[in-house]
Each structure stands twice: as C-alpha cells, then as structure tokens.
Design a protein around this ligand. Structure first.
Ligand SMILES: *Cc1c(COP(=O)(O)O)cnc(C)c1O
Length: 388
C-alpha cells in the first residue's frame, strides 16, 4: 500500500508545504498554519458551547501560539517556561489554565503572581499548595479514566485520582478558601474509542451529584484532549466524536448543561506538520538477509519520539514511482540502539530507495519539535519553517 498525498493533504496545502521543503536542507519540519486554523475552526463548529484551551506542549512555536491567540483560543500550560512564552506573546492570564497536576509550590506562586487563577489538581498536597500560594483561585480536580488500551499514547495512571478522592479534594479545597469549579479528565492521546468519554462523563455526573448533597455546586467539565490526528490507523472524523460526546453530555447533564473546556493538542496541530528527512544509508546485515535497513537523518531523538514502541504510525511518503517494498527497517542517525522507529510495523518504501532520497513524514505537527533532544551526538533540534 502506497501513501497517497491527497488522503492527507488537499492539493493547495501540499503544494505550499512542498515548495517550502524544496528550499531547505533536511531535516526540518514544515508547518502549514492554514491547516491549524482550519482545525481550530472545525473544533469550534462541532463544539460551539466549549471553550478551547490549546495544550501548548503539542507545539509551542510562537507562530502557532500567536495564530491561536488571534483566533480566540485559551491555553493549557504545564510549566513556568510555557507560561513565560505565552504571556510574552500577549496572551492575558485569564485565558490561561495551569493544567499540570505536578508542580512546585513556588511555581504555583509564579503563576498566581502573573494573574493566573485557574489550576488543575489531583492530590491533597497540591490542593494545600494552591490554597497557600494562589489563595481564592478556581480549581478543577482531575480524575483517573479508563481507555489506555485504545489510546495510541495513553496518559492514564500518572495523572488523576479516584472519583472518591476527587470528592474529598473538592471539599478540602472549599474548606481552604479555594473555589472548586469542576472536574477534568484526559482519556488518553489519540483516543480511538469514543466510548472512553462516555464512562468519564458518567463519573463526573456521579461526582457532581454527590457534591451537590454536600452543598458544593460544580459547573465545569474539562474534557482534556485525546482527539485524533490522521495517521496510518483509521479514526473517526471529528464530526463523529462531536456527535457522540455531545450525546453523552446530553444524556448525563441535559437539563443542567455544564461549562465545557476542551484541551486539544494533537488534533489541532498534528496534521499541519510534515517532517522532511533524508536517507543517509541503506544497508543489509548479511548477504542472505531479507531485511534492509534505512537510516535517516532524523530519528527518535530529533523529532520522532512518538514512534516509541511503534505507538504512533506516521504515514511515510516518498516520491519514487517504481515498485514498493516492505522489507525495510527504519532507523535514525544516532549511536543509540533505541533509535529505531519502525521494525515490526512495515511502511512500504520504494524498493530501490537510496541515500539522498527524501522521506516525508505526514501528520508530524504535534509532539515532534518539542520532544527533540538538544544535542545528542551533536544533532541539533529540528528546525521549523512555517507556510500559510
Ligand atoms: C497533553 C495534554 C493535552 C493534549 O492532549 P492531546 O491528546 O494532544 O489532545 C490536554 N490536556 C492535558 C492536561 C494534557 O496533559
């Protein structure tokens, strides 16, 4: 099976990416900002009632933040460094949430001093820190969710707490003078099972009901990210995600519809990026061997971390028109044996691929540049070029 460009990009968008790619030496990422804008507008259309907080970690480039700022987005921030960047680009603190549940007390203070008043939490120690360092702020409590088997990049276990603990934390937060406003969850990134939102929303309903009995009225559900980008494995279109998730909300909260926050990362920026790499070497390990190794000038340490365990299967596009073959193992350029992207999953590549040929990695706008090592083996982080 050969990757068809038009299954991933419309002709005009691809044209602009290609023209930019031709002007630079590999490796690098090209980001088409028009695609991010279209993705943002699509999400707005399908979730008209929701506030969008872009998860900055997915692609923290100033160009991306500026575009989303101008489109009216809010921002989900995970560190003081992301905060500094977003504030320096003119985003006001009332459009920012500190979404990381793992934070130092002094970092909470740093956010508070700069005007941020919305914080995620999932532990008692953190609630106490927030109460002390960011008095009176709004907090939402993150709960554990299922769905790690159907998310290509699961986030569960490390984040969130049991719903019963969430209830205790909300009550504690109220006691400490904070303003508990809601519950958050993240069903796992690249979540292919839409049902994961159903069970999470049902848990939130239970928590809301219980706390009502305690005299706490929660009004916010932060449904996190998890919406897909288009890779090799098929996913439903955003429209289907929206229809289903809206139905779950309607069923559980129909008469008392809560305030909704979404924190998309991957689904907003993933498809906008194409990572351009070049074949450094094609080799075989023995004269009888079937497998051929294709070594590229980019790998796990300069952009392709999400090929870890072959979790994210990027579509690879290569221009040769000849015969295709799946005999290739694809690896990066560094001296680390972990730097192999695909060994079990076989991307078809041109049978006669050779050094100097370019391979285009589609849908690499998310979690690539921000995940690069700074100079492992001296290889610099990936550069990004932007087109509109
Ligand atoms: C990473 C992250 C997101 C973004 O997730 P995607 O699956 O990329 O959309 C959203 N919210 C939080 C709290 C996150 O950690």
């Amino acid at each position: 099976m050969r990757i068809n460009v038009l299954d991933y990009y419309d002709a005009a968008d691809w044209e602009r990416i290609r023209a930019e790619a031709d002007r630079h030496e590999s490796p690098f990422l090209v980001v088409n900002l028009n695609i991010i804008q279209a993705k943002y507008e699509e999400l707005r259309k399908y979730f008209q009632f929701a506030k969008i907080y872009y998860a900055v970690k997915a692609n923290p480039a100033p160009e991306v933040i500026t575009l989303l700022r101008d489109l009216g987005s809010c921002f989900d921030i995970a560190s003081i460094y992301e905060l500094d960047r977003v504030l320096s680009l003119g985003v006001s603190p009332d459009r920012i949430s500190y979404g990381n549940t793992i934070k130092k007390a002094r970092d909470v203070r740093y956010f508070y001093e700069r005007g941020v008043r919305l914080f995620a939490t999932d532990s008692e120690a953190d609630v106490r820190n927030i109460a002390r360092e960011a008095p009176g702020s709004r907090i939402f409590c993150r709960i554990l969710t299922e769905g790690s088997e159907t998310a290509d990049w699961p986030l569960s276990r490390k984040f969130g707490c049991h719903p019963d603990m969430a209830i205790d934390l909300v009550l504690l937060a109220r006691e400490l003078g904070l303003e508990p406003c809601g519950i958050s969850f993240h069903v796992g990134s690249q979540q292919r099972d839409i049902g994961a939102w159903d069970s999470a929303i049902a848990k939130v309903r239970y928590i809301f009901d219980y706390l009502k009995g305690e005299g706490v009225k929660l009004s916010l559900i932060n449904m996190g990210g998890g919406f897909p980008a288009s890779y090799i494995s098929k996913t439903n279109p955003m429209e289907v995600y929206s229809e289903e998730i809206c139905r779950y909300l309607e069923e559980d909260f129909g008469d008392d519809f809560p305030e909704i926050i979404l924190e998309p990362g991957r689904s907003l920026v993933g498809e906008a990026g194409v990572l351009v790499s070049e074949v450094v070497l094609v080799s075989q390990k023995s004269s009888m061997g079937v497998d051929k190794w294709v070594y590229l000038d980019t790998g796990k340490f300069n952009g392709l971390v999400e090929t870890w365990d072959e979790s994210i299967r990027y579509p690879l596009y290569c221009e040769s028109r000849g015969e295709m073959s799946e005999d290739f193992i694809i690896a990066g350029p560094t001296c680390d044996s972990q730097d192999i992207m695909y060994e079990f999953f076989r991307n078809p590549l041109p049978a006669y691929i050779k050094a100097g040929d370019r391979i285009y990695w589609f849908s690499t706008g998310a979690y690539t540049t921000s995940y690069c090592s700074v100079e492992f083996n001296g290889f610099p982080p990936l550069k990004t070029y932007f087109v509109k």
